[in-house]
Design a protein around this ligand. Structure first.
Ligand code: FES
Ligand code: FES
Length: 156
């Protein structure tokens, strides 16, 4: 497969999850594992441009695919992309555990729907849990990254 544009090769047991392959074989630990049962969304990556929970996919199923992880979102010099910067600017994270999955889910949303409504953002994040922020600032960050006014979004 390719991961963040780099060709990688690995041999895994049939039961190895994509999340485990990324973290344990490639040391890409930005993909977090919160539940390992498809519920929290901390492990979201893109596979061939589609957001997937990498704990719900076998590594072998990604054979030949193009995988994007949070590590590939910033520029090579560490400059955050617009979505990541919006999370920082709008305080869309606290402990940060959910953040990689939030960013990758949001990136997939904005790819398909560049100016989502607040309701669409909230619906899209249904599969991503955050135990810190109360979600408002995450929604603000995503709306701001799409160039929209966020002054009317519920206060923190
Ligand atoms: Fe994959 Fe929670 S670790 S959904
Ligand atoms: Fe802590 Fe979301 S910032 S879980």
């Amino acid at each position: 497969m390719t991961v963040n544009g780099r060709a990688v090769v690995g041999t895994v047991e049939g039961r190895e999850l994509l999340s485990g392959f990324l973290r344990d074989h490639l040391s890409l630990t930005g993909t977090h594992v919160g539940c390992d049962t498809g519920q929290c969304g901390a492990c979201v990556v893109h596979v061939d441009g589609v957001a997937v929970k990498s704990c719900n996919m076998l590594a072998a199923e990604a054979d030949g695919c193009s995988v994007a992880t949070i590590e590939g979102q910033a520029a090579a010099d560490g400059t955050l992309n617009a979505l990541q910067q919006a999370f920082q600017d709008h305080h869309g994270l606290q402990c940060g555990f959910c953040t990689p999955g939030m960013v990758m889910s949001a990136a997939a949303l904005l790819q398909d729907n560049p100016r989502p409504s607040e309701a669409e953002v909230r619906a899209h994040l249904e599969g991503n849990l955050c135990r810190c922020t109360g979600y408002h600032n995450i929604v603000k960050a995503i709306m701001a990254a799409s160039g929209q006014d966020v002054s009317g979004i519920a206060a923190e």
